[in-house]
Design a binder for this molecule. Sequence first.
Ligand code: HEM
Length: 309
Amino acid sequence: MQDTALAARPLWKRLPWLDYSGKVSPLKATVFVALFIPGLVTLYRYEADMLGGRPITEVIHVMGLWGIRLLAVALAMTPFRQVFRQPKVALIRRMIGVAAFCYLAIHFSFYVVDEKYVLLTVASEIVHRFYLTIGFSALLIMTALAVTSTDGMMKRLRRRWQTLHRLVYLAAIIGTVHYFIQVKLNVFEPTWFAGVIAWLLLYRVMAHWLGIPRASSFVALLSLSIAVGILTAVGEYAYYAIFTGVRAGRVWQANFTLAAGLRPGWIAMAVGLTFTVLATLWNLSEKWRMPRSDPSGRLAPARRAARSS
Ligand code: HEM
């Protein structure tokens, strides 16, 4: 059924802002335009000489950050679709994933520019610097996923497509480690970001074991968010204890006072809790958003569709 639909779609009906029936999808069109914004803003800042003394390095940083942020947004689409019961979100997941790849490809290209296009140096650095070796491995995975993201490849690879595309989890983990290592001293941002990635991956494990309805419950999401907050704080403590000369006990204690501001564990937990509260409110408001049932007591079609999605 899906195969026939994929095979039948002519090229003009596959434009990024169209849905499967070939009509303009406001959701897809808006996301498509929004995905260009970070790139266009960076281009403008580059042209206007607003990127500081080392503009190429700044472009590498900004593109790397947007690449990994969009990768996280793409990973967030599945929990969002399942918990908020929004099947339409599936329409934009692939587009966001491909955009993440494009930003990362630019990130890499500017690294090559920074190395004065000497590909031998680039290759040697990738081989000898661990953070570049793993960054490059993650980019290779993202390239494979982007190349096989077309309808045609989906059809050709069938079940293997899903197996292949599960590698996105590995790319997200390796990409986060690359982010973490290159920061060198202040690991504040990559630590809470790693917590968010952990939430997104552990949600999937939870949905696999408990089933989507139970994994979407307030208690399950709340427990996951608290667990991820603690895990992030423990990870931060372990990093300082193992890899630095800093007294890790003081880093741990900073979690219980606001003197050093909100620590990464609290931020990762807050992101999870925000999702939990919004999802709970959204699902509770279902009865006001949709007609409850017809006089025979059966669920109204819109409500039934939301339940089964
Ligand atoms: C999926 C793959 C990748 C991801 C997700 C990624 C992500 C990132 C992120 C988030 C940063 C930090 C930006 C900041 O702190 O402002 C970064 C920095 C960097 N990345 Fe990547 N990156 C990837 C692949 C690569 C590759 C293939 C290379 C080059 C071979 C590379 C070279 C660099 C360099 C040179 C820096 C800056 C390091 C510094 O300033 O000392 N990255 N990357």
